[in-house]
Every structure is written in structure tokens, then in C-alpha cells.
Design a protein around this ligand. Structure first.
Ligand SMILES: [Fe+2]
Length: 225
């Protein structure tokens, strides 16, 4: 267990998601990001690595990122963190919810420190979590593209443009990217690599980005071009 980040591929039918553990190697204390679909896989990993779970962090409210949050909360008696907009605008409910209202560092256990970056666009309360020079991007940024911006999901292409700009301006090229879905490339690519192959990071004009992101005739959610 050298890497403090453990990705877990979790599937259900055609859904393929990634949940992640961030671990403090000194204490084995850990948080899980976006637990979904495979409860026994997650429990087995916690047992095998002897992790002491301290919290659940959700990037946003969509079911494929959050459907095990409540059961994990009740099994391990840990808080569930999610942006306040996902609760108020997207009607996310669950026990022991910690509404994230600012970008103040989340401190859990002895040493776990995670910075929430508010990155609206896919949904109004989408968050990327930064820790260990790694960004956990949910459906905001994929290795190959970026998330959808449907208005009825509280999404906005304007906000997505601003969020991706913020990520570009904030990350070093050696930071690692851990998205909620990954197609063809394993999570953990360096941001320098992602920039090279992700067309959505290449727009400099907001209107061009919006036109491209909202273009008609996109074949499938994850056909990014
Ligand atoms: Fe989503």
C-alpha cells in the first residue's frame, strides 16, 4: 500500500464508475470519494487494507456517484460531505450530511486534509477535491473530455468553462487526475498528459467552448469529439 490513493472500479449494468480512497499512511485513516454500486467491493477493501474510515466525500449528487453514501454512513458512522447546492437545488438527501459552503480545508482524523474546489458546470454544486497533489474531478473533468452541462441537471456550459479555466490555472502539470469515469485511459494521468489529449481544455474563448460543449448530434455521453 505505497500509494495513498486507491481507485476502485465499480460497475452496475452499463454504468462504470470510479470510487477512490485517500489514505493517511501513518494512521490508516481514510476517506472515500463517490462510493457507488459495489458495497461488498468497498467493504472488502476497507477490511483488507485495515482502513479506518473517517468520511464520505461526494463530488455531486448524481446516483452513480452517491448511491452508497447513506449505507456507508450508517455502517461506519462517518459524515457525508457534499456542496450545499446539491442539497438545496438538486434535492440530495441523506443522514449526517455536512453541507460544504466554502472552500475551507476539510480536516479529518489526525492528518487527512482535503481541499474542496467548487467547480459548477456539470451540476451547480459540483466539487473537485484536491489532496496529495491529486484532483478528484467527478463529472467535471475526465481524462478524455468533460461532463455534460444539461440545464435540467442544474448544469451550465458557461460555468463549466470557468471551472475548467480555474483548474488549468491552479494545477501543476505533474498533478494527477482521478475522474469519476474513465474510458480507455486509467485514472491517475498527469494533468500535463490530460491537457495534451483533452480538447475541452484547449478553448480560450467562452463562446467557442459553449458552442462545442452544447453541440447537437453528440453520439453518446462519452463521445467527446
Ligand atoms: Fe454526473
Amino acid at each position: 500500500m505505497d500509494d495513498p490513493i486507491i481507485p476502485l472500479k465499480v460497475c452496475h449494468g452499463t454504468w462504470k464508475n470510479f470510487s477512490y480512497f485517500i489514505i493517511d499512511k501513518e494512521t490508516a485513516e481514510a476517506v472515500i470519494i463517490d462510493p457507488a454500486w459495489e458495497l461488498s467491493t468497498i467493504i472488502q477493501k476497507i477490511k483488507k487494507e485495515r482502513l479506518i474510515l473517517k468520511g464520505v466525500l461526494l463530488t455531486h449528487s448524481h446516483e452513480d456517484h452517491s448511491n452508497l453514501a447513506a449505507v456507508i454512513q450508517s455502517l461506519y458512522k462517518v459524515p457525508v460531505f457534499i456542496h450545499v447546492h446539491e442539497i438545496e437545488l438538486c434535492s440530495f438527501t441523506g443522514p449526517v450530511l455536512e453541507a460544504i459552503r466554502t472552500e475551507e480545508t476539510i480536516c479529518l482524523g489526525r492528518n487527512l486534509k482535503i481541499d474542496p474546489w467548487w467547480t459548477p458546470g456539470h451540476t451547480k454544486g459540483s466539487i473537485c477535491y484536491f489532496a496529495n497533489n491529486s484532483l478528484f474531478t467527478g463529472d467535471t473533468l475526465f481524462i478524455e473530455g468533460c461532463g455534460t452541462c444539461y440545464v435540467n441537471d442544474s448544469g451550465s456550459a458557461e460555468e463549466m468553462f470557468a471551472s475548467l479555466k480555474r483548474i488549468k490555472e491552479s494545477l501543476n502539470s505533474d498533478a494527477r487526475i482521478f475522474p469519476g469515469h474513465s474510458y480507455g485511459t486509467l485514472p491517475g494521468a498527469s494533468f500535463g498528459e490530460v491537457i495534451k489529449r483533452n480538447i475541452y481544455l484547449h478553448f480560450t474563448a467562452e463562446q467557442d467552448f459553449i458552442r462545442f460543449r452544447m453541440r447537437k448530434k453528440q453520439v453518446g455521453l462519452y463521445n467527446f469529439r
